[in-house]
Design a protein around this ligand. Structure first.
Ligand code: CMC
Length: 438
């Protein structure tokens, strides 16, 4: 049996005792002092691989984009705390920051804004494309398919210039795609983008305006959307981002990689959780509003229920995004003059869970999805669009991670190994000799 004596020191490295041999493994240290044991030479030196289902202990890359300290509840994009960005920045500035590494100058931001504005329109042939989907199609697979289809409209050979164009096109067209997916699902005509509006206002107008009435964007709603997009803009190597990197590692183009990321985000344990939270709160409301009963069910191992919007692979403390959203939720509802029974149930649920031994000992705190759905509801965003809102926000993060992966000289095609547990070699059995396996 191998045993490890890892000495977590950047200078001495770690030593693996294996099969009577001592194998030295170098250490790698990040700028915030996190340490990793570099096992790139492990198989060559020992013949063994590591086994880490769910990758809870595996670093897949070095990255300079986002820093999370899950124990302390810290999230920073390019070194800037999420609290500062959410208060002082806007989504397009954050997108630039993630992609380029620095905050833009006034001139850079203005040029970026103009570029984005001039690419918001979708090719008119997309109207037919949308019409091919069933009326009740969920807008997530519609968005994933539409983003993949962009690759058929922009087929230039890959150069720095064409990648840059793809980045701008994606950020510009994503709100249009999201709004069209929604309009298709409710049978309303598409509303073309209005280039006089800012990013979030334009999105709201495409979602909620109709050709028959004037629609004025409420700045409270536009600011709330912008905040939500900022909070979702990146989250280092999560499931969808790792998917984007993995697909891109085969040299698949940006559109194909982002489309795969959207599909990964759709799952109920990832971006789909915000929809599940509202459904859970509605269920509790319909059953008489007993939050304690639901907390008890979530703890019961014989019951499949989980407290949706609670727990996180990385945060073992309050998710800082949830803390910002909880405040914003109260203030947006207040400004809109809405009293939400679901918010009251959510707060009660949180209060019970945070005092409960099970949730305390498992370090389960509210995550970003716990309060985001309540704001989306207040904005009039339908439940099946919640994860699409997450997609809009996460897009610049996926793009930044894809670009970083492509430029990293250490990038190799992602190809994990496995421990095979199937049958060992055996002779083929002719069908006439096979006995039944009743
Ligand atoms: N309710 C009840 N118990 C839970 C919950 C929960 N929400 N989350 C985790 N646990 C328990 C789980 O049963 C296990 O208990 P035990 O060790 O006694 O068997 C323990 O906590 C560890 O759970 P895990 O599933 O091994 O943890 P993970 O790191 O693999 O999963 C998670 C993380 C987010 C998938 C999980 O906490 C979960 O399913 N949460 C609910 C879904 C959710 O809110 N997802 C949104 C995540 S944040 C947005 C995003 O980044 O996508």
């Amino acid at each position: 049996m191998p045993s490890t004596t890892a000495t977590p020191s950047p200078t001495t490295g770690a030593t693996l005792e294996f099969d009577g041999k001592s194998v030295a493994l170098p250490m790698t240290t990040g700028s915030e002092g996190e340490i990793g044991i570099d096992i790139q030479a492990l198989r060559a030196k020992t013949g063994a691989i590591t086994l880490d289902p769910g990758y809870g202990n595996t670093g897949s890359c070095r990255s300079a984009i986002t820093f999370i300290d899950g124990e302390q509840g810290i999230l920073r994009y390019r070194g800037y705390p999420i609290e500062d960005l959410s208060e002082m920045s806007n989504f397009l500035e954050v997108a630039w920051l993630l992609i380029h590494g620095e905050l833009p100058t006034a001139q850079e931001l203005s040029r970026f804004g103009q570029e984005i504005t001039h690419h918001t329109l979708l090719h008119e042939d997309f109207v037919r494309f949308f019409q091919a989907f069933p009326k009740d199609a969920h807008p997530m697979p519609v968005s994933a398919a539409t983003v993949a289809a962009l690759a058929t409209f922009y087929q230039q050979p890959e150069t720095d210039r064409s990648i840059q164009d793809a980045v701008v096109r994606l950020i510009a067209k994503m709100p249009t795609i999201a709004a069209y997916a929604y309009k298709h699902s409710i049978g309303q005509p598409f509303i073309y983008p209005d280039n006089s509006l800012d990013y979030s206002s334009n999105f709201l107008r495409m979602m909620f305006a109709t050709p028959c009435e004037k629609y004025a964007v409420d700045p409270v709603l536009a600011r709330a959307v912008d905040l939500l997009l900022i909070l979702h803009a990146d989250h280092e190597q999560n499931c969808s981002t790792s998917t984007v990197r993995m697909v891109g590692s085969s040299r698949a183009n940006l559109f194909a990689s982002i489309s795969a990321g959207i599909s990964a985000l759709w799952g109920p344990l990832h971006g789909g959780a915000n929809q599940q939270v509202i459904e859970m709160l509605e269920r509790i409301e319909a059953e008489g509003g007993d939050a304690q009963k639901f907390v008890d069910r979530a703890k019961d191992k014989k019951d499949n229920s989980r407290l949706m919007g609670f727990g996180h692979r990385v945060y073992k403390n309050y998710d800082p995004r949830a803390a910002i959203l909880k405040k914003s939720c109260a203030s947006v509802l207040n400004k809109l003059g809405i009293r939400s029974h679901l918010l009251e149930i959510a707060m009660k649920l949180e209060e019970i869970a945070l005092k409960d031994d099970y949730f305390v000992s498992h370090k389960l705190y509210p995550n970003v999805d716990f309060y985001s759905g309540i704001i989306y509801q207040a904005l009039g965003v339908p439940v099946n669009m919640f994860t699409v809102m997450f997609t809009l926000g996460r897009l610049p993060g996926w793009i930044a991670q894809w670009l970083e992966m492509r430029r990293d000289p250490d990038t190799r095609i992602c190809r994990p190994r496995q421990i095979y547990t199937g049958a060992v070699k055996r002779p083929y059995v002719p069908i006439t000799s096979r006995t039944g396996r009743a």
